[in-house]
Structures are given as structure tokens and as C-alpha cells.
Design a protein around this ligand. Sequence first.
Ligand code: SF4
Ligand code: SF4
Length: 383
Amino acid sequence: MNEHATSTQKPTPEAPLWLLAELTYRCPLQCSYCSNPLDFAATTNNELTTEEWVDVLRQARAMGAVQLGFSGGEPLVRRDLETLVGEARQLGFYSNLITSGLGLDEARIDTLHAAGLDHIQISLQASDPDVAEAVAGSRKAYDKKLAMARAVKAAGYPMVLNVVLHRHNIDQLDAIIALCAELDADAVELANCQLYGWAHLNRNGLLPSREQLETAEATTVRWRERLSREGRDMQLLFVVPDYYADRPKACMGGWGSIFMSVAPDGAVLPCHSARMLPMSFPNARDDSLEWIWYDSDAFNRYRGEDWMPSPCRDCDERHQDFGGCRCQAYLLTGDPTATDPVCEFSPHHHLIESARREASEDKRKAAQLTPRNVHESRVFCRA
Ligand code: SF4
Ligand code: SF4
């Protein structure tokens, strides 16, 4: 069935809890901070069919996964989304649509609701249309997103708004949160840009300054207090950028621990960014998800602690952060086994400091960053 090596020295993992179904890399927007692979254009004609996705959902549910995210690219581009949502409902998944809002309208909200979709998360780029256009490459997207956020709430969905923060919109945070409150969001993820994929390519033009970050954190605290005083239960989640932390995040709760991502072409990954790593990943077209999760080399490679180098190997915090993010280690050091340089104990921590310095010297405006689109992606397909 497969030719991959099987690891024998790893702890037996629990079943996956989460399945992220990246239905497509196609997207009408061009966000310069997109975490999709740089060479995404290579897979746009090779997406899993409806039947193949149904099979993926059935396998994952049979293994025990309960949370399902439909993501992309823009998942609404897939005309079979309602079919897949219906299958997910029948299987007993709790399903979440992660969308830009483009491709949504009242009729589609109704059909998705009828199919059994549980939750919708819409991304917002900014609180004013000029910044939103500069970042996402679309003038009309801003109004459309606001209209769809209102329609989603009117349909009775719990709604999470996701705002990726970077130096070009972080100073608008007060207005962004006010807009989210006006839209009656149930929760707002203020997620400082994770520097993978296109965001890594544009890193120097996206990373905020420490002063910007501190102001944004204070603004968030002020809004939490205000919302509490007003008896509003809109949750504000502020995700600090890795490059200003002194410990790495517990990436995906540990490699191959709770999370499984299936890419549009069927590649099965421990996280949606992992295909950048210098290793091959199994494919749902060739192998069962069960074999991939429990037995493939890819899912076992960074499980447990045997693979950890010093200083993680002897560090008491390794059970909490698992040595950090493999993608970040690879992007910054060229070595996917290295301690995440975000950690202040890493021998490569100086790379984070240099990155912050380089970014402070980059004066590009948002519209001057490299847009995430098929044309730019083809450059990386040839590379
Ligand atoms: S980040 Fe922007 S370009 Fe990337 S998938 Fe989301 S909406 Fe599309
Ligand atoms: S040395 Fe490794 S385990 Fe310890 S805090 Fe840093 S990344 Fe975590």
C-alpha cells in the first residue's frame, strides 16, 4: 500500500481531534500575509474530487476526529461545499467554515445552514477600505465582508471575526474592535501575522514594531474592560507575534498530536504550513488516514521527544511547548530539527533579533508587498 518507512520508537498517539480540510488554494483575494504555500499554483488543477473529500471525512470521523474546519484558499469557491457540509453533519462533525466572505450571499448562507454547517469565521483585513484594499488587492471585498458578517449573524450563526494584524493595520486596532462590536461578533481573533508562506516572503514589510504591539495590547485590554462594563460577551483573543515572544508557541499542540490537515491535492500534513519542510508527505489518494496518522514517517518524525536537540532535550518546558514550531525552525535556520529560534535559550535566537532589525528598516507600504496570486506563485513552481 505504501513505500514509506515506519517508525517504531515513538509513543502511540491519541486519535486526531481536529481535521482541517483545505478544499482549494483558489481564492479571489491576494493577501500578502497568506499562509498558503508559495507554489500553491502547482496544485490548482489537482484538487480532490467530491467523492475523495467524502472519503477523507468518513475516514477521519471513523478515527475519532470531531472538529472539522473547511478552509482554503477560499472554500466557497468549491460548488460542492454544501454536499461536504451535509456529509460532515451526517457523520457527526462540528463544522466550521473559515472564509473571506467572498462567494457568500444570503442564499448560500441558507443552503449551508440547511446542510448543517455549525459555525462561520469571517476574516476582516482592516477597519477602513483603503488599507483593506492595499492588503488584499480588492476594493469591493471590504463592503462585501461587512454585508456578509451582518447576514451571518442575521441567520443565527455564532460568528468569529478573524483579523490578521501586521504593521499596516495594527494602529487601527481601536477602530477594528469597534467595527467588530458593531457587527455583533461573538468572538474576535486578533491574530498577529504568523510568518509562513507569503507572510514569510513579505516578513520585513509586515512585522510591527514593539511600540505598535504594546499599544495594540493596551487597546485590547481597554476594550475588554469596556465590553465587560457594558455587559457584552464579545470575546477578544489577542495572539502575540512569535517574533516578540521569548518562548515558542506549543505548535499544533505537538506534531501529530491532535491536528491533521488535508491539502487540496490530498497531501496529509500535521499542520497546514508543514509542506514547506524538506520532507515528503503522504497523500490521502495513496494511503489510508489511519496509516498516515499512526505509521507514516512524516507524522512520526517529530512526535515525542527523541528527536529534540539540545537545549530542548534537557529543558523542563519541553512538555509544554514541544520545542516550538518545525516550520519556523526550518525557515530561520535551514534545519527543521533545530530549537525554534523564538526561544531565548535557542543558539539561533539572534536570528529573531536580526529579523526585527531588518523589518524596522523596511519602509514599504502595504500595496508594495508581494501579492499572493497565481502569477507570483508560478515563479515558485518553477524554482
Ligand atoms: S489569507 Fe487572503 S489570499 Fe490567503 S486564502 Fe485567506 S483570503 Fe485568500
Ligand atoms: S529550550 Fe526548547 S523546550 Fe525549553 S523553552 Fe526553549 S523551545 Fe521550549
